[in-house]
Design a protein around this ligand. Structure first.
Ligand code: KG4
Ligand code: ZN
Length: 362
């Protein structure tokens, strides 16, 4: 039995979790800073790091208490997000983890946040399709978060081949920017989803960028889509439409959400067909989106490709996924002996860390 205390502070959530054998969540505490950043309309980096400094100790304490761990030394290892993310935020988590590892003489594993999102699908929780089974490879992963949109092929634990990704804005970023454009709040994803519920997705025809481009088969571009919404809004205002009209905003939100969902599902379907994967995973904040979840289920259910999307609380940033990734990913592959050799006391943060790919990227 291997128990890992994981810490995540890459953006605006201070999070700690205790994970057993890479799959079982003994505790999962997330202190969100959404209210703090709302008045800025986005995450304010310095405010975020200062709040992490205040929250990290109580959050770690609560995670240990809820897991019934009395002393840090009773754990087997520590894990912490080392990047990508906001450098000042990452530093708070990394330094806290180093202090705990040093004090209890435990190994410390530095985890890539993207690998964390991927392994959110291995946690024993009630998501769409349930947790990924042990023999799921080859497996396709779509990561859709606030900072990243990537299609990744996995041949084994920790073995990644990047098929493509966004050329400009990430999907979550597009949700946030379009929400601001049409006067919805921060964070934009949940606000667009809420507004879209009452909307008509057929009302506005928005572009599906890079959808029929053989040279960008697995790439995405969401900046053009955001600009298309901007031009549409200006045109509507010129025509005397009022953005205060809830019906209009609902139709805009629904049409935008449909365009994003359509592009994401189409590209996944092409990759599933070409690479003959056994399973498909979707993860990251945008995978919380109800329209995307429904579209994925109906597109792949019929193809007999098991699809896995975590429950909502594991889609957005959390530390449970970091514990799962520390156990399965990187060089450890679920082997507790390997974990013991982690040399985390020397690790540094990396704001633009990429997923380390083992094969030539496609
Ligand atoms: O993975 P995440 O929590 O943080 C990053 O690693 O970036 O993703 C945050 C992103 C934000 O852009 C947010 O608007 C989006 O996920 N998001 C959603 C939904 N919930 C969160 N986007 C669409 N629909 C949602 N329900
Ligand atoms: Zn994230």
């Amino acid at each position: 039995m291997t128990r890992i205390l994981a810490i995540e502070t890459s953006c605006d959530e201070t999070a700690a979790a205790v994970i057993e054998d890479g799959r079982h969540i003994l505790s999962n505490v997330v202190a969100t800073q959404i209210e703090l950043h709302r008045r800025f309309g986005g995450v304010f980096p310095e405010v975020a790091s200062r709040q992490h400094v205040l929250s990290i100790h109580p959050v770690v304490r609560q995670a240990l208490n809820e897991a019934g761990i009395e002393r840090v030394a009773d754990l087997d290892a520590l894990a912490v997000t080392m990047g990508p993310g906001l450098a000042g935020s990452l530093l708070v988590g990394v330094n806290a983890a180093k202090g705990l590892a040093l004090g209890a003489d435990l190994p410390l594993v530095g985890v890539n946040h993207l690998e964390g999102h991927i392994y959110s699908n291995w946690l024993a929780a009630d998501g769409l399709g349930g947790p990924v089974p042990d023999d799921a490879f080859p497996l396709l992963v779509l990561i859709v978060s606030g900072g990243h949109t990537e299609l990744v092929l996995m041949s084994d634990h920790g073995q990644y081949q990047r098929l493509g990704g966004t050329l400009d804005d990430a999907a979550g970023e597009a949700f946030d920017k379009v929400a601001r454009l049409v006067g919805l709040g921060f964070p934009g994803g949940p606000a667009i989803q809420r507004a879209a519920q009452e909307g008509d997705e057929q009302r506005f025809k928005l572009p599906r960028p890079l959808q029929n481009r053989p040279d960008h088969r697995y790439d995405f571009s969401f900046s053009g889509l955001k600009t298309a919404v901007l031009h549409l809004v200006r045109k509507l205002e010129k025509e005397g439409e009022d953005l205060g009209d809830a019906r209009l905003v609902a139709d805009l939100a629904a049409s935008f959400q449909a365009a994003v969902t359509d592009v994401l599902i189409t590209k996944c379907a092409a990759a599933v067909a070409e690479h003959q994967v056994r399973h498909l995973c979707i993860c990251g904040g945008v995978s919380a989106n109800a329209a995307l979840r429904a579209a994925a289920e109906s597109a792949f259910g019929g193809l007999n490709i098991p699809i896995h999307i975590p429950p909502i609380f594991l889609c957005t940033d959390n530390a449970a996924m970091i514990g799962a990734a520390a156990y399965y990913g990187g060089a450890y592959h679920g082997d507790a002996q390997n974990l013991q050799s982690a040399k985390g006391l020397a690790l540094d943060v990396s704001a633009s860390l990429r997923l380390s790919t083992t094969q030539k990227d496609g």
